[in-house]
Write a protein of this length. Structure first.
Length: 210
């Protein structure tokens, strides 16, 4: 399965679609295809319906939280030191991340191909968190997109039943986000122990024993 060929096909058949191949340096070498949110549904529909592709099965979908991260890199620069030009190390700081990502693994049962790893990213982690639901194309994505919404907070536009799956209605926040802060009361945990028990006891003491 050649990702370059697939990328070229989608770009030809879905005008305006922006695609990027994301390399995977692990031994699996399972590279993936990042598609822009505006054209993701059309690109996915092409992958499902094109006679030479027929990716008719979505085996799993998962979410990833990429918070903003500052990366420091040493670079060589030339500077004048005591009137002499010298090579010196300079630290350059850049920021990466600041978005949520959804990853789908697609297979063609008919052609016995896959997985094709398809990615989408939100614009940020706060307000622009909408992505198109792929459930209308692959019904197997329905509960998995609900789980991603529940745990990461991605809003899937076009999902037929987008509501919490693991956490209860009324629960605030999304517990798989990297900046999620555990509550200290843990009223929902019937057998609090170790660090959880210490936090619960501290919470009760702070509330005056209530």
């Amino acid at each position: 399965m050649n990702l370059e060929e697939i990328k070229s096909e989608i770009e030809t058949n879905v005008p305006g679609c922006r695609l990027e191949i994301i390399p995977n340096g692990s031994p699996s070498g399972q590279h993936s295809l990042l598609v822009d949110a505006d054209h993701a549904f059309a690109a996915a529909a092409y992958l499902r319906d094109a006679p030479n592709r027929q990716f008719d099965y979505c085996s799993n979908a998962t979410g990833i939280d990429w918070p903003i991260k500052e990366v420091s890199t040493k670079v060589k620069t030339k500077k004048i030191v005591d009137g002499v030009e010298k090579d010196v190390d300079e630290v350059v700081k850049t920021q990466t991340g600041g978005y949520l990502e959804v990853v789908y693994h697609l297979f063609s049962v008919e052609l016995r191909q896959g997985p094709l790893v398809l990615r989408m990213r939100t614009e940020d982690r706060a307000e622009r968190i909408h992505l198109p639901s792929l459930t209308p194309l692959w019904r197997s994505a329905e509960y998995q997109e609900r789980e991603i919404f529940d745990l990461y907070g991605v809003m899937f536009d076009g999902h037929p039943d987008l509501r919490r799956l693991l956490m209860w209605e009324g629960f605030e926040d999304h517990p798989m986000r990297r900046d999620y802060v555990d509550p200290d009361d843990y009223e929902y945990e019937p057998t609090a122990h170790d660090e959880v028990l210490k936090r619960a006891q501290a919470h009760v003491a702070a509330e005056g024993g209530r």
